[in-house]
Design a protein around this ligand. Structure first.
Ligand code: ACO
Length: 442
């Protein structure tokens, strides 16, 4: 379906003749390992053994700090230069010129659609936004104060019971239908989780509206027969979805791939991805960032807050990134979107706190030395709050945006002949061959 860009193929061809020579000082033996695409294969280390009994050398890499878990042609990031591209297209251009659904097509299909391909794609996604009525009954079972991410993860998993065919993961048509369903139904589930929190009636999808306009309608429509979102707000939210659409091997994409690698259905894998996204170090950071801004309250409290962070009392939420060590290109675009939304909704005093916090942190040695910059979550929470959303909904909006990325990552993994069920090794550190003692004698 997709091909690598010529530059990557060229680099691959160049690197096949490159090797790494390793000498095992335990035995004095040397080994020549092929280097391909800037990597050595961890399995090639297994031949390095002290004797026949030895299992062979492994790498120890908690949190995959320096391990490529796959080859991928979906998203390119250069963290030092602040570059993010989906299928080779810079995020800045997509944010300015594309729409979320077109970007979703790009991620899933590997190329920009023609007019007719895009029309068909929009038609397909639009006509799969309804969810089975039983889902409503399930949502009703949750307490009114259930976190909507928990509700979203559960409902996404529940879709696997409604579409049992989705487990036929080797069938490309079934895979495509499931990806369309995931992208289409996520806003409906998200909006219904929100309405449940507020005790409001659920709103059905409106096929006359855009993907994002329909989401806003399902969120906010009351008794009016038709909901028309403010255009500037609708556009800003669409851009936010584009910015969140994929981010290569992040925690939730890795969860999607790892769970999907057992050949389970993609709804179950997406539920796992939502669980991963929920955490405060990942998609939950936008919720935490807003709570932090509220806790700081006003500009004069910032120096004290920074002092506390520097002495190890908590983190500056919405700052720092495993990959970006210069700036997060999404952070720059999102700041512009915050201004656009607040022009419509009116200012937010917390925006002043955020801007000042960013200014002070970017000049502070602690943050400069550690290369900590605002990430996508620093300003997104402010936008969501300006839309009148409670903080619990922030990671849910992230999940809507990230769904095409999860789908594309999963689809690529399923077709990758290098992949097998994800199953890391471990370094065992516990006791061995202990004698079981009866409870009375312990
Ligand atoms: N505030 C204060 N200090 C920080 C922060 C922060 N936000 N982030 C990292 N540091 C410090 C660490 O304490 C550490 O300092 P040390 O070297 O003195 O021990 C150093 O910077 C390196 O931090 P690590 O935790 O090793 O960096 P890692 O790459 O593992 O973590 C992460 C990246 C999880 C994003 C981290 O920066 C963080 O917790 N940020 C806040 C949460 C957040 O905004 N997450 C959203 C990420 S973007 C996303 O998922 C969409």
């Amino acid at each position: 379906m997709t091909t690598n860009s010529p530059s990557i193929e060229a680099r691959k061809a160049e690197s096949v003749s490159e090797t790494l020579t390793v000498t095992d000082n335990r035995t004095g033996k040397s080994y020549e390992l092929p280097i391909q695409e800037g990597t050595i294969k961890a399995i090639d280390l297994r031949q390095i053994r002290v004797d026949d009994e030895d299992f062979g050398l492994m790498t120890y890499d908690p949190a995959f700090m320096n391990t490529a878990s796959c080859r991928s042609a979906i998203t390119y990031i250069d963290g030092d230069r602040g570059i993010l591209e989906y299928r080779g297209y810079p995020i800045e251009q997509l944010a300015e010129k594309s729409t979320f659904l077109e970007t979703a097509y790009l991620l899933v299909n590997g190329k920009l659609p023609t007019r007719s391909e895009l029309d068909l794609w929009i038609h397909d996604v639009t006509h799969h936004t309804l969810v089975n009525e039983k889902i409503k009954t399930l949502i009703e079972g949750f307490r009114h104060d259930a976190h909507p991410m928990g509700v979203l993860a559960s409902m996404t998993a529940a879709l696997s019971t409604i579409y049992p065919d989705a487990r036929r993961v080797d069938d490309p048509e079934v895979r495509m239908l499931t990806m369309v369903r995931l992208i289409a139904k996520m806003p409906t589930l998200a909006a219904w989780a929100y309405r449940h929190m507020l005790g409001l009636p659920y709103i059905y999808p409106d096929n006359d509206l855009s993907f994002t306009g329909n989401f806003l309608s399902m969120m906010f429509r009351m008794v009016e027969p038709k909901y028309q979102a403010n255009k500037a707000v609708e556009e800003a939210l669409d851009v936010l979805f584009i910015l969140h659409a994929d981010h290569e091997q992040n925690c939730s994409a890795n969860a999607m791939r790892a769970v999907g690698s057992s050949r389970t259905d993609p709804y179950s894998a997406a539920a796992a991805a939502i669980g991963a996204l929920y955490g405060p170090l990942h998609g939950g950071a936008n919720e935490e960032a807003l709570r932090m801004l509220r806790q700081i309250g006003s500009v004069e409290n910032i120096p004290d807050f920074i002092k506390k962070v520097k002495s190890g009392e908590g983190r500056l939420m919405g700052f720092g990134h495993r990959v970006y060590k210069n700036f997060d290109p999404r952070g720059k675009i999102i700041k512009r979107m915050a201004d656009q939304v607040m022009d419509v909704t009116g200012g937010n005093p917390l925006l002043d706190v955020a801007v000042e916090l960013e200014r002070i942190a970017l000049e502070d040695e602690y943050f400069v030395d550690r290369k900590l910059y605002p990430n996508v979550d620093f300003y997104s929470g402010l936008i969501y709050e300006a839309l009148g959303l409670p903080a619990e909904m922030f990671p849910v909006l992230f999940a809507i945006g990230r769904t095409p990325g999860w789908a594309a990552q999963w689809n690529e993994m399923i077709q990758d002949s290098d992949q097998k069920i994800a199953r890391p090794r471990q370094v065992y550190t516990g006791g061995r061959e202990l004698d079981y003692a009866p409870i009375a004698s312990r």
